[in-house]
Every structure is written in C-alpha cells, then in structure tokens.
Design a protein around this ligand. Structure first.
Ligand SMILES: Cc1ncc(COP(=O)(O)O)c(C=O)c1O
Length: 390
C-alpha cells in the first residue's frame, strides 16, 4: 500500500490545528454579525473580536489597542512599512529607510516601491555568509533623516535568526521606528514585543497552525502611522475593511496553542533537525548547509547542492512521497537563484540547487530517517539527468 506523502514544508504553511477549527466554527455559522454593527448580532461579533485581540496582546506582551487584524503576513508588512514611512515623512522626519537583502518579498518589494515611486532613500545592510546582519552596521547606517528600520526576525529560506533585540534597542535609543517581520517565528520562538524593543511586528496565522488569510500587525502605541489603505474607520482607522472575525478568533486560538506547545516542540524538533542536517551532510556529496549552523529556527534545515536543479529535486522527492521546497514557496516557478542566497555569497551554481526541509508537530523520527534514506538517490538521479541534458 502506498503511504501518504510526508509533509516537511512547515515554513510554507502549517495545517490548521483541530482546536483552532473548533474555536472558529461558531463564527463561520451562527455568529455572523459585522463587528462594527451596533445591534445585538454586531455586539456578539465585536465581543469575540475584543477577546481575540486581548489574547494575542497577552501572548505578545502588548496592549490590545496595539493589535491590528489584516488579511495576511504580506499585508501586515505592507501596512507597517508604508504606514510608518509615509507618516514619518509627513511629519518632516526624513526619507531614509534601512533594511536587509534577505527580507521576504513582502518587505523587499514594498521597500523597493517606497524608493522607486515614493522617493525614499534606502540603505541595504550587508549580511554575512550565514545571512546575519551585524547590529553595529545598523548603528552606523542610522542618519538624522532615518524614518524606519526593518530587519526580519527569522528567515524563511535559510532559517537564520537576526539579533532583533539588540537592533531594536539601537533603534529605540536613536528614536527611529523599528519593524520586524516575525512571520516564521511564533510556533518556535517566544515573542515579547517589549523585550524585543520593536515598534511594529508582523505575523501570519497560517504559519502557526491558524487559518490562511489572517495577518496581525503589532503597532506600538504612539508610533507614527497613516493607513496605506483608505476606507472606513475599522481597526481604529489603521486598517479599513470589515474584520474577519472567524479568522481573528482562529489566530488567537492558534497563538495560544503554539505558546503552550512551543518549548517542548522546539526541543524535540531541534534534535530531529540536527539529525537531518548531519545525515544530509554525511550522505550527499557536494552538499552545504545554508543559513546559520546554530542561530536558526529549531524546525528548519536548508541546504544547497552543487550541480543540482532545485526544482527537479523537489519533484523527485515528491515522487518519493516527500513534500519539501526550494527556499521560498512564494517564489517557486522562478528558475533564477534566490537573491537571499546570492546576498549571502553563495555561488550561483550552488544557489540554483537549494532545498528547504521544515519540520512540524506531526514530524516523527521515522519521517526524518525515511527522508535521509531517499535523498542521496534523488540527488544522484537529478545530477545524472542533468548530465544527459547538457
Ligand atoms: C518571512 C515571511 N514574511 C512574510 C510572508 C508572507 O506571509 P503571507 O503568506 O501570510 O502573506 C511569509 C510567507 O512565506 C514569510 O515567510
């Protein structure tokens, strides 16, 4: 009997946890009111929304008024970057933004638009071979006209963690708003917005066992901000549009769940991840770990292989019953090497052969052993096929 495919792509998305589905269920049927309506149906929805907001705030160490619901992680990044940069400029504070070349496209493309269309000046900080930014480089890049710094917490392609707390403290000291894209973090790392010294932090529920299509933006009270979306006064004027109550309830239930499971799962998966990394490096010739060896997400293993087409490898592994990805799910279908890997100094020929294996709650030791069993054969097969083509 053919066994079910093994899912090892939790950085792309996670399943919705059964308790999250249960928490959302009433809001997809009988409790359907618009949370902005004044009548009983509306008040019932508004009460659920208030509770979800309070739960998220409590887990993140924020105040409920600092939590904004939106449609996804991408939107949360967009709101933070455009919302803060444009408000700061309107206040005459300047037009300089600092970011990194390893950000997700949601940040990268937004900063590019702020530069090309809105005329902001952008400093790209260098990263080392592991994809890390030196906090001192942030300090040195700050200018009197800097209006925003954005550095991600955990990289989606290579799992590397940034020194966000230290960077946040440098920015706070300089009085410059600091945003972090923490989309990959909540299931595996404790997040406290006060300890991190962030002014804005972006999350996406589907990355932590919640539903797709729900984003969260933490925006510290007093941070200059103008909504880049125009419309009604929802979310205290910071994100117009009728709020997805079921989604907000699901995001809160999911964050509560991962906060409870985090320590135990992170410890368990880190052991499996290290076994996976050691196994791959020992059994596949021409393989390198990408990202930081230790300062990385506990569930995240990523590699580059010499003379391997990454997409062919994903397809070969798919045939063997493993769902994995090359770097980022969002850029799949794109044969160009990842700009993130190139920014880390990985040669183009290696960057074309990237593989990301991200573990989750359902991953077992036997899944990892089975993966290690088939990978060397799949890599050899893809290399041989390429030699025939060329
Ligand atoms: C680091 C990071 N930021 C932002 C996003 C975008 O999130 P969403 O898919 O919810 O738009 C992703 C998704 O892969 C991500 O990994």
């Amino acid at each position: 009997m053919k066994r079910a495919p093994v899912y090892l792509d939790h950085a792309a998305t996670t399943p919705v946890a059964p308790e999250v589905v249960a928490a959302m269920q009433p809001f997809l049927s009988e409790v359907f009111g618009n949370a902005s309506s004044l009548h009983a149906h509306g008040r019932e929805a508004a009460a659920a929304l208030d509770e979800a907001r309070a739960t998220l705030a409590c887990v993140l160490g924020a105040r409920p008024g600092e939590i904004i619901f939106c449609s996804c992680g991408t939107e949360s990044d967009n709101l933070a970057l455009r919302g803060i940069a444009l408000a700061m400029r309107k206040q005459g504070r300047g037009h300089h933004i600092i970011t990194t070349p390893v950000e997700h496209q949601a940040v990268e493309a937004t900063v590019q638009q702020l530069r090309d269309v809105f005329g902001f000046d952008v400093t790209m900080l260098p990263v080392d071979v592991h994809g890390r930014v030196d906090p001192d480089a942030v300090r040195r890049a700050l200018r009197p006209d800097t209006v925003l710094v954005s550095v991600m917490l955990a990289n989606n392609e290579v799992g590397t963690l940034q020194a966000v707390q230290e960077i946040g403290s440098i920015c706070r000291h300089a009085g410059v708003p600091f945003h972090t894209d923490a989309v990959q973090a909540p299931a595996w790392l404790a997040l406290d917005v006060r300890e991190l010294h962030v002014d804005a932090l972006s999350l996406s529920a589907h990355k932590f066992y919640g539903p797709k299509g729900v984003g969260v933006l933490y925006l510290r009270e007093g941070t200059p901000y103008m909504s880049p979306l125009t419309g009604g006064g929802h979310e205290r004027g910071r994100r117009p549009g009728t709020v997805n109550v079921a989604g907000a309830v699901g995001a809160a239930a999911a964050l509560k769940l991962v906060a409870r499971e985090r320590q135990q799962q992170a410890r368990r998966l880190q052991t499996l991840r290290d076994r996976l990394i050691d196994g791959v490096l020992a059994s596949v010739p021409g393989a390198r770990l990408s990202g930081h060896p230790t300062e990385r997400l506990p569930n995240h293993a990523s590699f580059v292989f010499e003379h391997v087409d990454g997409e062919s490898l994903i397809m070969a592994l798919d045939v063997e019953g493993f769902s994995v990805s090359t770097g980022s799910a969002c850029s799949s279908g794109n044969p160009e090497p990842s700009p993130v890997l190139l920014a880390m100094g990985i040669p183009r020929e290696w960057a074309l052969g990237s593989l990301r294996v991200t573990l989750g709650y359902a991953t077992t030791e036997s899944d990892v052993e089975a993966f290690l069993h088939v990978l060397p054969r799949c890599v050899a097969q893809v290399r041989a096929a390429e030699q025939i083509v060329f």
